[in-house]
Ligand binder design. Structure first.
Ligand code: HEM
Length: 461
């Protein structure tokens, strides 16, 4: 444990594990960052300091501390060097940019996510879900086991590309993109974990695979842009807004590179996360029969067999709680990382300039100091009565403050519609014996996929 040190004129350093002589806690972070963080915060409290060689890395796990980093003093916390891997893929898009440039791009993108726009996306979301349900029918008959996570990746990719960019990405192309995303996020993860980074130009196998994956993703994005230039869409979607936007001062339009970065960012940030949320939800429902029956009963009562629409989302209240509870246990973005621009103090501890500062929903969402029976799946926690006294900075699946997920309402609506629509046709049962393990890469993926079988819905449906 670091000894809390104090000098006369500043707060003490946060406590934390001493780790190994040179590496500090680096090996443990490589091996299992979720376990390292959990052990650290249990042993040392809500501000825990880790050392990764010579990098100070401070995990902040109280709602007050998270609010300080994400909201109150957000200007002191820029996205850290741990976003460098993502920057290689996404360039300078909304997720990775900073400062005035980010602010301008955020303002430009925001209208595409307003409520009235979302309402128009709902029918598209349901109709592509219907296509997947139809494709699953043979599996329902044969009882064949399949990886639901692969299908959720394909479904959410198709939805984000259709709604925001009016492009249909399906079949083999969707599968290729799914594979490319898997390669790319593992590369990005390895990139930030390796103290000695091998430049991308060096053709080691990992780099070669990554460059191929990046080419697949770039081709998709380039096709979206080229296709639109050739045949402008009637729809005033996000792509049209980006293409028309002019800088208020210079009158300049976005460059092709900037357009590429924004489209790539939205495609990637806008599907993998939601797919993870859905895969974990299906898994948890299959393990919790009572919650699953209750959700099915709600779907039957609210929809009476017809397809869900935007207007039904509010009434599908329990379905919403199920999703929220699944994202509590398995938050798709399990950590957000920043770098302190200046010295600061959090919960009474000194934060040195240059330190990495992390907020991990995975740790906060399972902390017994804040949650009753935290490991249990209990959607009712999100009922208005039981949420009333909870700090809004304790539950952070979408982050918080100015950098809060721009797609949070989009994602909630999408996932609720998909869950409800699928519940009208099937239940999904997890295949007994198939290993379930969260893989904390950039997002929290099911490491071995999510092998499930289709069963018919209960009699109540
Ligand atoms: C369940 C699904 C989703 C989850 C859990 C999620 C989570 C998050 C989180 C935690 C952040 C903040 C990261 C940070 O502060 O470092 C974020 C940012 C972002 N998300 Fe999401 N997201 C989801 C779905 C979506 C969707 C559907 C879209 C777009 C269609 C999207 C687009 C973005 C973008 C562009 C950012 C960067 C925003 C900015 O910095 O201004 N996300 N997301």
């Amino acid at each position: 444990m670091h000894k809390p040190q104090s000098t006369s004129n500043r707060a003490p350093d946060a406590p934390g594990p001493k780790g190994r002589l040179i590496l500090g806690s680096l090996l443990e972070a490589w091996e299992n960052p979720l376990a390292l963080f959990a052990r650290g915060s249990q042993a040392h409290g809500h501000v825990t300091r880790f050392r990764f060689i010579n990098y100070d890395y401070i995990l902040v796990s109280s709602p007050e501390g998270a609010k300080h980093v994400l909201v109150d003093n957000a200007k002191n916390y820029r996205k850290s060097r741990n976003y460098d891997g993502l920057r290689v893929m996404l360039g300078n898009g909304l997720l990775t940019s900073e400062g005035d440039f980010w602010k301008r791009q955020r303002r430009l993108s925001q209208p595409a996510f307003h409520r009235d726009r979302l309402s128009r996306f709902a029918d598209q979301m349901v109709s592509v879900t219907d296509e997947m349900i139809a494709a699953w029918q043979p599996r329902a008959k044969s009882g064949e086991a399949f990886d639901v996570h692969d299908d959720m990746m394909a479904l959410t990719l198709r939805i984000v590309a259709l709604t925001l960019f009016d492009v249909d990405v399906a079949g083999k192309q969707a599968a290729d993109i799914g594979d490319a995303v898997t390669v790319a996020v593992h590369w990005a993860n390895a990139h930030i974990q390796t103290p000695l980074r091998v430049p991308l130009l060096v053709p080691i196998p990992r780099n070669v695979k990554f460059k191929k994956a990046l080419r697949t993703l770039d081709t998709l994005v380039q096709n979206i842009i080229t296709q639109r230039r050739a045949t402008p869409s009637q729809k005033h979607d996000l792509l049209a807004m980006y293409m028309e936007a002019e800088d208020a001062d210079t009158g300049e339009k976005m460059t092709d590179k900037q357009l590429r970065d924004e489209v790539m960012t939205l495609i990637l940030a806008g599907h993998e996360t939601t797919a993870n949320a859905l895969s974990w939800t299906f898994y948890l429902l299959s393990q919790n029969a009572e919650a699953r029956e209750r959700m099915h009963a709600e779907v039957t009562r609210v929809l009476s067999g017809r397809a869900p629409t935007f207007d039904d989302v509010k009434a599908l209240e329990y379905t919403g709680w199920v999703l929220q509870e699944a994202m509590r246990l398995y938050p798709p973005v399990w950590v957000f990382e920043r770098e302190a621009q200046e010295d600061d103090m959090i919960d009474g501890f000194h934060i040195p300039k240059g330190a990495g500062v992390a907020v991990s929903p995975f740790i906060m969402h399972r902390d017994p100091a804040y949650w009753e029976n935290p490991e249990a799946f209990d959607p009712e926690r999100f009922s208005p009565e039981r949420s009333a006294t909870r700090s809004k900075h304790l539950y952070l699946p979408f982050g918080g403050g100015p950098r809060i997920c721009i797609g949070n309402m989009f994602a909630m609506m999408e996932a609720q519609l998909i869950l409800a629509r699928m519940a009208q046709s099937f239940r999904l049962d997890h295949v007994v014996g198939h290993p379930v393990e969260p893989d904390p890469v950039v997002t929290l993926r099911p490491k071995h996929g999510m092998l499930m079988r289709i069963a018919r819905p209960p009699a109540v449906s």
